[in-house]
Design a protein around this ligand. Structure first.
Ligand code: SF4
Length: 342
């Protein structure tokens, strides 16, 4: 009988699920993904996690609760570093221990360390260690990994074309057409960690609101990493955090392009990385460009009314900006929208 492996639909699931799912399936495992985030998952995550943790970590706990009784083994790797000389947030390194000490009645965990800080030489050992839960055949593991890499590369290409396959919606949904709208489509960059952008429960379905307001959405994953890396080469600081380099590189690229209509940054309360990165991004955008910027911070109380009001007001402001950009008041210059309170 196939071994059932559970993957929580949280954190880097949104970046790497095609790789992991394909690898396990090629090893004849049965893959189970936790349900889409919902109130029960959030509540269970909040009640099982230490108070100080950020919401994405709490949600991860909720997704483990959702899966743990129906699988033979849970995949909770210790992700330390994905790129050369860059680290992921420290909370990822301690995640297996956090889960083990917070949740009772767990099945065995696959907690293999993924650490490419010094080199990618450990990839083979990582593949073998994870694969050993399902087979002893190393050739089969390598073949499975090759196939997983192909699927993952194709997923990345889709993202770079502006498609968001992980959301399980037709790819073109986020390429809204104007539908006879009197104003041209607005191009909005939505920035943040992938698990904040692509979990529509967590971000209160922000993408749908933007699409309903005649917007075309861009996310950092749609910009090639080679492009963001090239912008970071000339930047005054190289950060240790992969997330920081990616987001700041994307912001510098957008400023140079000068074609984006607005940038929305989704941050979560309690995120140490965001408290630095969002601030740098906001200050740089205001100093070097007139791109309207909105910072949305999500917390576990999900204050929907305030969230929607801010998004709607931001979108109104962008529409006025397009509609009235050639308007010159007989009483003097209008206040430039970029000087507004957003
Ligand atoms: S980067 Fe921020 S949101 Fe992500 S796990 Fe770390 S603290 Fe939480």
């Amino acid at each position: 009988m196939a071994i059932k492996v559970g993957i929580p639909r949280a954190l880097l699931y949104y970046a790497y699920s095609p790789l992991w799912v394909t690898y396990f399936k090629e090893l004849d495992a049965e893959v189970m993904i936790s349900s889409k985030t919902n109130k029960k998952i959030l509540d269970e995550g909040i009640s099982t996690t230490v108070d100080e943790a950020c919401i994405p970590i709490k949600l991860f706990h909720g997704h483990v609760m959702d899966l743990k009784d129906g699988v033979d083994v849970l995949f909770i790797p210790r992700i330390t570093s994905i790129y050369f000389q860059e680290y992921i947030c420290p909370k990822f390194c301690g995640l297996p221990e956090m889960i083990q000490h917070s949740i009772e009645g767990l099945p065995p965990l696959i907690t293999t360390e993924i650490n490419f800080f010094k080199s990618q030489e450990s990839v083979k050992n990582t593949i073998y260690e994870i694969g050993s839960f399902f087979t002893k055949d190393k050739k089969k593991m390598m073949k499975a990994f090759q196939r997983a890499k192909e699927v993952y590369e194709s997923y990345r290409r889709q993202l770079q074309k502006g498609e968001i396959p992980s959301l399980g919606v037709p790819f073109h949904m986020y390429r809204a057409n104007s539908g006879g709208h009197p104003l041209r489509k607005k191009e909005i960059m939505v920035m943040g960690h992938p698990y904040n952008l692509y979990d529509s429960y967590l971000n209160m379905d922000l993408f749908s609101i933007l699409v309903s307001r005649n917007s075309q959405i861009l996310t950092p994953e749609m910009i090639k990493r080679s492009v963001t890396d090239s912008f970071m080469k000339d930047y005054k600081t190289k950060f240790y955090w992969s997330f920081a380099n990616r987001l700041i590189g994307a912001m510098l690229y957008l400023i140079e392009q000068g074609t984006i209509d607005g940038i929305i940054y989704i941050s979560t309360f309690g995120c140490g990385v965001d408290s630095v990165v969002a601030d740098i991004i906001e200050k740089t955008i205001r100093e070097k460009s007139d791109i309207p910027f909105l910072l949305l911070t999500i917390d576990e109380h999900r204050g929907e009314a305030g969230f929607y009001t801010r998004v709607e007001a931001f979108m109104d402001m962008l529409e006025w900006r397009v509609k009235d950009e050639n308007y010159v008041s007989p009483y003097g210059q209008p206040v430039h929208p970029s000087k507004s309170c957003f």
